[in-house]
Design a protein around this ligand. Structure first.
Ligand code: FAD
Length: 320
């Protein structure tokens, strides 16, 4: 048994992602509550903002470096994190529940013979043990769980744990990785130019089949622009080819937790709710006042999106 908790930091194109700071902040808080040391590890080529992690309570950072590791590689990243966790005898590992964390955490857990709890929305220490709360049954219920394994792995839902500022002194050690096994690797990231990613956005305006045609989605885009929001979509409209899959919210799309989620012409099927019910405020616009989306909404507008969306957009614009 060691006495260390390790945050695994995700970078993309040489910059740590927002979710990396969330993982670091959660690890720092757990370390304090459990009286453990905290460290962070990042893998990649150059990473420009590693020192910013120290703002969130983690000063001891190890950067594993190799040009061929600039993009994510399941095989190489698994080997590096596993070896490092063994070397420092980490008891706890914290990943963000992003595509990166969802791929890497189970691989590392198997290698470390660790228990793994995914998509946690709350982590609390009680009597020296970490109690993790996570949604189950597609978000219908929450369960509390704890791990009995020696090494414990948690992935945290992005946007749920706001990073808490607590500056510490930073010390970054860089270690070169010799001949990493990049037999599986991400070759290229295709970014939607200028578009916000739903998984990271603080405000999301999503549309569903109630929009009637792909062209009418313009109303959703205009409201999103006025709010500085990302555009999301239900699976029905993604399957119909109106919107790209990267915008899909739900069980088979992305899980989101923005401050504000505006659902336009979306019925609120359980699989959609699974992806967005942990949003802070939910506004629903639906012409069917009995639509299930109103069951999770904080504010509901029972009406026609074709009338409401243009008015709402104008009203928001007039405030800017
Ligand atoms: P609908 O259910 O057709 O709802 C359209 C809504 O628009 C209705 O409530 C209607 O009242 C309203 N409406 C119509 N006209 C207007 C108007 N003029 N003004 C206002 N409101 C109007 N779905 C997801 O979204 N994400 C997922 O990840 C996902 N994963 C799935 C996984 C599995 C295994 C399965 C089986 C299903 C999954 N689904 C998912 C599909 C899900 O069950 C629903 O079919 C889908 O969410 C419905 O999309 P929708 O709300 O856009 O369409």
């Amino acid at each position: 048994m060691g006495n260390t908790i390790l945050a695994i930091l995700e970078q993309r194109e040489g910059k740590l992602k927002k979710s990396a700071f969330e993982a670091a902040s959660v690890a720092a808080k757990l370390a304090k509550d459990l009286n453990l040391n905290v460290q962070a590890v990042a893998i990649g080529s150059e990473i420009s903002n590693l020192d910013e992690v120290a703002k969130y309570g983690v000063g001891n950072i190890t950067h594993f470096k190799n040009d061929s590791l600039a993009n994510y590689s399941s095989s190489a990243y698994t080997a590096v994190v596993t070896e490092f966790a063994r070397e420092i005898s980490a008891d706890y590992l914290v990943f963000a529940n992003t595509s990166f964390g969802k791929d890497l955490a189970p691989r590392v857990s198997v290698k470390l013979d660790a228990g793994c709890l995914f998509d946690c929305v709350k982590l609390e220490v009680s009597s020296g043990e970490v109690i993790a709360t996570r949604p189950i049954y597609a978000g219908k219920a929450l369960m509390d769980a704890k791990l009995k394994s020696a090494v414990k792995v948690f992935t945290i839902r992005p946007n749920v744990f706001k990073p808490v500022e607590e500056s510490v002194t930073v010390e970054i050690s860089t270690k070169d990785v010799d001949a990493p096994d990049t037999s599986t690797k991400v070759v290229e990231f295709k970014k939607a130019e200028g578009k916000l990613d739903v998984a990271e956005a603080d405000i999301i305006v999503s549309g569903g089949r109630g929009l009637k045609t792909p062209e009418d989605f313009k109303m959703v885009e205009e409201l999103a622009d006025a709010l500085g929001a990302a555009v999301g979509a239900s699976r029905a409209v993604v399957d119909a080819g109106w919107r790209p899959h990267r915008e899909q919210v739900g069980q088979t799309g992305k899980t989101v937790s923005p401050s504000l989620y505006v659902a336009c012409g979306i019925s609120g099927a359980i699989q959609h709710l699974a992806g967005m019910s942990s949003s802070k405020y939910i506004v629903a616009i639906n012409k069917d006042k009995d639509a299930p989306i109103f069951g999770v909404a904080d504010y509901g507008i029972a009406g026609d999106v074709f009338e409401i969306l243009p008015e709402l957009t104008e009203a928001i614009k007039s405030l800017n």
